[in-house]
Design a protein around this ligand. Structure first.
Ligand SMILES: NC(=O)c1ccc[n+]([C@@H]2O[C@H](COP(=O)([O-])OP(=O)(O)OC[C@H]3O[C@@H](n4cnc5c(N)ncnc54)[C@H](O)[C@@H]3O)[C@@H](O)[C@H]2O)c1
Ligand SMILES: O=C(O)C(=O)C[C@]1(C(=O)O)C=C[C@@H](O)C=C1
Length: 304
């Protein structure tokens, strides 16, 4: 594939930045990728393993002359990075972020963007519980969604080019506004993570996780919870603090339903439990039949 951006800067050298580097290289999309991370140790690891073509010693140096700048730091660090790089951005450059929340990131970054620079927020719906400079891999974005939340007045040709970049990385791309994004993600990602963290915490409180009884006898359900609950603490602290309203809204609804199920169990209301589980089973089957499960061989089957 042809080079789309001559010089790209990635700030924050973890799972997402690393995967962007390997996926961009796999498809030949970038002339040179320059990286920067705040910790000297991370920069040393990146140099040792050849993550990025070059590692800069400051965020400002990294973005010098870059056509595309990708902010890949925890969402709570976006503002500081935006402030740091702003004076060094090339006129006409595209700046994007990969943060898991969009409203708070837009509010933090936008005010620092010089006129003539195009800020196009994005969020790849792809990840693992791993973090740090050794965790990235080229296939991470394959067949996953990437959501763009462009601001009003965004330059159409830069938006189309950035969209094409994600498609060339292997993703399916959709656009939505930031508030809608944050509500959808509170349902599909943020609250489920909180539930997993809580469930593993409860099991730990019972004192049976570390002495291995729970792990030894757990089937897939709890194991999946422990994987999710092993996700990066800084990243997830920032997600919840920056998507407060939507997460609290969904958590409120979740708690109501949980209480209803709790009551059904206490009162022996089997019909309620059976109806509820029948409804949720139909949802999963519907997702698969519609070809919308990215893990299923049917994925994309019914795409327009
Ligand atoms: N992990 C996922 O599943 C996932 C998926 C989609 C989006 N995201 C989002 O992508 C972003 C990066 O996540 P990740 O999983 O790659 O994290 P990570 O912890 O693997 O990497 C983050 C990197 O940012 C660096 N960093 C932190 N603060 C910094 C600062 N002020 N200046 C420069 N560097 C700094 C860290 O040293 C680290 O190298 C986050 O905003 C996260 O919400 C994560
Ligand atoms: O598979 C995982 O480990 C993830 O949690 C990835 C996941 C998700 O919830 O789907 C986590 C956070 C992101 O912002 C996007 C993707």
């Amino acid at each position: 594939m042809a080079v789309m951006y001559d010089r790209v800067a990635v700030i924050g050298l973890g799972l997402i930045a690393g995967s962007l580097f390997y996926a961009s290289r796999r498809a030949g999309l970038v002339g040179e990728m320059v990286g920067f991370a705040r910790s000297e140790e991370t920069r040393a690891v990146a140099r040792e393993i050849g993550l990025c073509d070059r590692i800069a010693d400051s965020a400002g140096d990294a973005v010098e002359d870059a056509d595309l700048v990708l902010l890949c730091v925890p969402v709570g660090a976006m503002e500081q990075v935006a402030r740091e790089i702003a004076p060094r951005l090339k006129p006409g450059a595209v700046v994007s972020d990969v943060g898991s929340t969009k409203g708070a990131v837009i509010a933090a970054v936008s005010p620092h963007m010089p006129s003539g620079v195009h800020f196009i927020p994005s969020h790849p719906l792809a990840g693992t519980e791993q973090s740090g400079p050794r965790s990235g891999f080229a296939e991470l974005f394959d067949n996953r969604w990437c959501l763009l939340t462009p601001l009003p007045g965004t330059d159409e040709s830069e938006l189309a080019k950035y969209r094409a970049y994600w498609e060339a990385l292997g993703s399916n791309v959709d656009e939505m506004d930031a508030d809608h994004h944050d509500l959808v993600l509170a349902v599909t990602s943020h609250t489920p993570h909180l539930i997993a963290y809580t469930m593993v915490g409860v099991a730990d409180d019972l004192g049976r996780v570390t002495d291995s009884e729970v792990v030894k006898y757990s089937a897939a359900g709890f194991r999946d919870f422990t994987r999710i609950a092993a996700s990066d603490p800084t990243m997830w602290r920032d997600v919840f603090l920056s998507n407060k309203e939507a997460t609290l809204e969904i958590l409120g609804r979740f708690t109501e339903e949980l209480f209803a199920l709790q009551r059904a169990i206490r009162t022996g209301d089997g019909a309620h439990l059976h109806d509820y589980f029948t409804r949720t089973r139909a949802i999963r089957r519907g997702i698969i039949e519609a070809g919308q499960d990215t893990d299923s061989p049917n994925f994309g089957r019914n795409k327009p």
